[in-house]
Design a protein around this ligand. Structure first.
Ligand code: MN
Length: 440
């Protein structure tokens, strides 16, 4: 979805006045999806769309029968307790619902009275996973991350020879994907100190973050039927923030020869809000490789991918230690700022490569982009890189230092898009806090 339409018009204003507050992530040009209910209630989970500080309750709105055609079909799917059915419908339905919601939320809309009674304040809700995630695959699409990490292990030859040819990924675990705000215990596992003869079992001492975007898959491809680049983005519903918590000491001992296992699957946190590809259309940018790098193989290349395959999504990581929290509940230190536009492989290339062997993707499947480190070290999306393997601690406000995460530390990922002549849209927050390890 690269074309702009009336829903992207920066001059649009909503009758929900909080939508146009300075710095608000959810103006009328965004309209992201989540699954929610009132906090502490036994209400059914259902889909919602953010507008300012409010949520349009899509189950309530479906009851009102104010939309028709494809928009009504999409709304009925979005009223369910997961968004899998909406994701399965595809871009024509998603676009029709977005247009209908955009028109109903504009100043002067004749649907205002109907929609107004469907609003629930975001401050009163709890979120759940937006989809039943059948499978989760984590990619490795930042060449800067791959190089920074590779250099720690192989100073003379940091980047593996396959990197510029094949999008690297591994199959992660869906059951431990959790929603923002759900805290988790420091994982235990096998680690072996460099000078030790044998490994020990115990809490990880090198607990890290990975700043990523999550990609929710839309319509399925049948088993055995690859998705070509020209259709790849039609299989992408939208993007969320994703923190791939990683235990580096467990990872270092277990990763050869089959890759990450228990170092990664104890928790993966995602933001509740999924920003659709259509909402992201104004922030597309050219996908370019440095001069001298090989062109992607033809099945991973297209004129459209080169012209607009990348997305300029600004990303940041905030760290809040217990000492900061004691001083001020909102205090945090920004430890990384970067953009998704630096990725070496695009969304379309991830989908096409994942299916080139006939692997079937399904509605609600989750892809991770991999750690989205940018070209400079202050744009690195993991502590492993920011501290050069734990050798250079980060200096935090108040005199604290960190190499890896300590118990009580909270990490908040944020993402947003801004560009002259367009509305600023955002992803909200992806937050998690490290609790002490459980006794074995
Ligand atoms: Mn990862």
């Amino acid at each position: 979805m690269t074309t702009l339409n009336e829903t992207h018009d920066p001059a649009l204003r909503s009758w929900v006045t909080s939508a146009h507050a300075e710095g608000c992530d959810f103006p009328i040009q965004n309209l992201p999806f989540a699954v929610f209910r009132r906090r502490g209630s036994t209400e059914p989970l259902r889909g919602g769309v953010a507008i300012g500080g409010q949520i349009v309750d899509l189950a309530e709105l479906a009851q009102a029968r104010t939309f028709s055609g494809l928009a009504a079909e999409a709304l009925a799917a979005a009223a369910q307790g997961t968004l899998n059915a909406l994701m399965a419908l595809g871009p024509r339905h998603w676009s029709a619902l977005r247009l209908a919601l955009s028109r109903a939320l504009r100043v002067g809309a004749h649907e205002q009275a109907v929609v107004q009674v469907c609003l629930v304040p975001q401050s009163q809700v709890e979120y759940q996973l937006p989809a039943r995630i059948g499978d989760y695959t984590d990619f490795y699409t930042s060449i800067y991350h791959a190089t920074n990490v590779g250099r720690l292990f192989r100073p003379d030859n940091p980047l593996m020879p396959n990197y510029k040819w094949v999008p690297i990924g591994y199959h992660g675990r869906a059951s431990s994907v959790v929603i923002s705000g759900q805290n988790f215990a420091r994982p235990c596992g096998q680690t072996r100190a460099p000078d030790a003869a044998a490994p020990v079992l115990g809490p990880s001492k090198r607990l890290d973050i990975e700043l990523e975007l999550g990609v929710f898959i839309g319509p399925a491809n049948a088993l055995g039927e690859p998705v070509a680049m020209a259709e790849a983005e039609d299989h992408v519903f939208g993007l969320c923030l994703l923190n791939d918590w990683s235990a580096r000491d467990i990872q270092a001992w277990e990763y050869q020869p089959l890759g990450p296992f228990l170092s990664k699957n104890f928790a993966t946190t995602i933001s509740p809000w999924i920003v659709t590809l259509e909402a992201l259309a104004p922030y597309r940018t050219a996908f370019e490789r440095p001069a001298g790098d090989p062109a992607p193989l033809p099945y991973l290349d297209s004129a459209r991918n080169q012209a607009a395959g990348a997305l300029d999504i600004r990303l940041s990581v905030g760290l809040q230690t217990p000492a900061m929290r004691a001083r001020d509940a909102g205090a945090e230190a920004t430890i990384c700022q970067t953009s998704y536009r630096h990725a070496y492989w695009t969304l379309a290339q991830m989908v096409t490569h994942h299916s080139v062997n006939g692997c079937n993707l399904q509605p609600g499947d989750l892809l991770g982009t991999g750690t989205l480190s940018g070209p400079t070290m202050d744009q690195a999306g993991a502590l492993l890189e920011l501290t050069v393997g734990g050798k250079n601690p980060l200096e935090l406000p108040g005199g604290e230092k960190r190499t890896f995460l300590e118990d009580g530390d909270a990490v908040v990922l944020r993402g947003w898009c801004e560009k002259p002549g367009h509305a600023r849209i955002g992803f909200g927050e992806c937050r998690g806090q490290v609790l002490p390890a459980r006794a074995l």
